[in-house]
Design a protein around this ligand. Structure first.
Ligand SMILES: [Cu+2]
Length: 183
């Protein structure tokens, strides 16, 4: 009798171990993914660049390299997206609905949506107009939105801002935009 019980117990342990090593156990699946985006100019800024994003569970590292930015000025930059999670895009020239030659933040919003995450601290372009930025955000902490709220990154865009207009620097004007793709 004892031998039978021990055998049954050892079988249970064996089954338990076997199920732990299978893929459909209760361990959360690690969320690790790489994304990139090509930054193209808006508003004839002459700016261009690349964005790389690495998501490793609740850590998200964003790298931005750009050229053709207004030198020696701080450049606001954000991940933009639509509230309903649908695909955000970079605005075409026709987004300038008032025809003043500048696509403003609100004129571009129907395409790239609202600001989801400011990529602070905003970088300062060097004397040649280059921006090099890398930062790791902890999602869901210190006011940074959660991975769930960030949603499907492929549906988000990156927008860089800051252009000389009418003889003065306007930090809000969009100067480059990139649609994010998974790699
Ligand atoms: Cu923005």
């Amino acid at each position: 009798m004892k031998t039978v019980k021990l055998f049954a117990l050892s079988m249970l342990v064996f089954i338990g171990l076997a199920s732990c090593s299978s893929d459909d156990d209760n361990t959360p699946t690690p969320v690790v993914a790489n994304y990139s985006g090509t930054l193209n100019q808006l508003n004839n800024s002459g700016a261009s660049g690349m964005v790389n994003i690495i998501v490793d569970n609740n850590k998200m590292t964003v790298s931005v390299t750009a050229t053709g930015m207004v030198p020696n000025q701080p450049h606001p930059q954000h991940i933009h997206g639509k509230d309903d999670g649908s695909n955000a895009t970079c605005p075409p020239t026709s987004a300038d609905t008032d025809g003043d030659g500048i696509i403003t933040i609100p004129e571009g919003a129907p395409f790239y949506g609202a600001v989801l995450l400011p990529l602070e601290d905003f970088p300062m372009a060097d004397a040649n107009g280059n921006v090099n930025y890398t930062k790791t955000f902890t999602l869901g902490e210190n006011g940074v939105l959660t991975l769930e709220a960030l949603g499907t990154l492929e549906n988000r865009t990156i927008v860089l801002h800051g252009l000389n207009n009418g003889g003065s620097y306007v930090a809000t004007i969009p100067v480059a935009c990139g649609e994010i793709t998974k790699i």
